[in-house]
Structure formats: structure tokens, C-alpha cells
Design a protein around this ligand. Structure first.
Ligand SMILES: *[C@@H]1O[C@H](CO)[C@@H](O)[C@H](O)[C@H]1NC(C)=O
Ligand SMILES: *[C@@H]1O[C@H](CO)[C@@H](O)[C@H](O)[C@H]1NC(C)=O
Length: 228
């Protein structure tokens, strides 16, 4: 219920954010890396165009986000005991596993991937610790009184940050069939009559038949998930 309440507040914020006589919201953004950040940039630019204030929180080891660059928004950088090239190297190694030629057997690939995912998980844990356990950073973020956290789920502890700061969230990445992962794992509210799901390419203005199609896609994807 609280979740729905927050979503509704957010909906109202965005609804009125469009009208020129209101003040903009104060948005905290946690971007992902690589293409995820380039996509998020468009959202950030659009928020700025609509008079919202934006702060982008990023780790000091980000391989993609150039936080030394002067922007229309402010960067808040949290320190992590890692270097950008180390973070980049892990993603690169993961890509290289797929590109190997001749391909080693499936067991070898599986072991390589498991080893890399273990390292990536350790890196994420370090980053989460640096972000969530730094009281100076948390009190600074609290003092900035944000209205909402917009985040890329690629940053794994973003939802914990939202909980600590008591902020409603907007996810930038939606990808699973029928939103089944987002709904079941991420508790994303997604009433089928109002929220069109992938792979339908509809907007929030749906005709009756489109709403029916949306409901059917949700049923089918949930069925597939149960099956899988
Ligand atoms: C980051 O931005 C700074 C300042 O604009 C610039 O000098 C530098 O070349 C940029 N770095 C990269 C990797 O693009
Ligand atoms: C905590 O965050 C502040 C502000 O971002 C930073 O100056 C400080 O070095 C961080 N402390 C630790 C232990 O990382």
C-alpha cells in the first residue's frame, strides 16, 4: 500500500512537472555504465529541460560517467577503493569469454563465467559498502531532500539506498517479457490496463483492445515463468 502511495505521489510530481507554473522536483539519479548511462543521459536531459533539479550519484571508479565534466546538473562522487580500468576490465573479460575462438567446451566457459561473476559480485559489494555505509555521504544525501530516486537496476544496491533515504523510485530499465521480473522480483506496480508491457510497443494511451492484448501478454509471460 505504501508502495502504491509513493508511486501515486510520483505520478503527481511528474504530471505537474509538465506545467510551467509549478516548481520542478529534486531528482537523485544513479546511472548504470556503458549504454545504460547513455540511455539515462536522455532522461536526465529531459528532466532538466522540464525544470527539475538533478544530482547524479556516481562511484569514483566509473568507467563511463565523466564526472569531471561541467554539466547542467551536479555530480556527487563517492569514493571506492577501485580504479575505473579495473571495473572496465571485468566487463571486458566477460565479453571476451563470448568472443573466444576456437570456443572451449561448455564446462570451461561455464567455469570462466562463474569465476568472473564471482569477481563482479565482490566488486559490487565493495561499491555498495562504500555507498551505503558512509554516514557522511548518507547524511549529505538526506540533507539534499530529494523527491525521488531514478535508478538503473544495473547498480545492484540502489533499492537499498532508496529505502535508507525513504524515497520513491523510478527504474530506467524495463526489459523482461510482460515485466514479470520487474513485477515479481522488483515489486513494480504494473496494472495491466495502464502500463503497457514488453514486447508490446504501446504507450500509456491504449484502446480497449490494446489493454486486452496487454493483459494477455502478462498472462502468457507469467505462464512462461512458472513453466521455466
Ligand atoms: C572528461 O571531461 C574533461 C573535462 O571536460 C575532459 O578534459 C576529459 O577529456 C574527459 N574525459 C574523457 C575520458 O572523455
Ligand atoms: C564518505 O563520503 C565522503 C563524501 O562523499 C567522502 O569525503 C569520504 O572520503 C567518504 N569516507 C570514506 C570512509 O570513504
Amino acid at each position: 500500500m505504501q508502495c502504491l502511495g509513493k508511486s501515486f505521489t510520483l505520478f503527481v510530481i511528474f504530471l505537474f512537472g509538465d506545467l510551467s507554473f509549478t516548481h520542478g522536483g529534486n531528482v537523485l539519479v544513479l546511472p548504470g555504465e556503458y549504454s545504460h548511462w547513455y540511455n539515462m543521459r536522455n532522461i536526465v536531459d529531459e528532466l532538466l529541460n522540464r525544470n527539475h533539479r538533478v544530482t547524479v550519484l556516481v562511484s569514483s571508479a566509473s568507467p563511463t560517467v565523466n564526472f569531471t565534466q561541467q554539466e547542467r546538473f551536479q555530480y556527487l562522487v563517492f569514493d571506492v577503493p577501485l580504479k575505473a580500468h579495473e571495473v572496465h576490465s571485468l566487463s571486458e573479460q566477460l565479453v571476451n569469454v563470448w568472443k573466444q575462438y576456437p570456443r572451449p567446451n561448455k564446462v570451461q566457459i561455464g567455469l570462466q563465467i562463474m569465476d568472473l561473476l564471482g569477481k563482479i559480485r565482490k566488486m559490487h559489494l565493495t561499491m555498495c559498502d562504500c555507498m551505503l555505509r558512509n554516514e557522511t555521504l548518507i547524511s549529505r544525501l538526506t540533507a539534499l531532500k530529494f523527491d525521488v530516486l531514478v535508478y538503473d537496476p544495473m547498480i545492484i544496491c540502489s533499492d537499498l539506498l532508496a529505502e535508507i533515504l525513504d524515497l520513491p523510485v523510478v527504474l530506467s530499465l524495463r526489459f523482461s517479457l510482460g515485466f514479470s521480473m520487474e513485477r515479481m522480483c522488483g515489486q513494480m506496480p504494473s496494472p495491466p490496463s495502464y502500463v503497457p508491457v514488453p514486447p508490446t510497443e504501446m504507450t500509456d494511451h491504449m484502446s480497449f483492445m490494446e489493454r486486452v492484448v496487454c493483459c494477455l501478454f502478462i498472462r502468457v509471460s507469467d505462464g512462461l515463468d512458472e513453466f521455466g
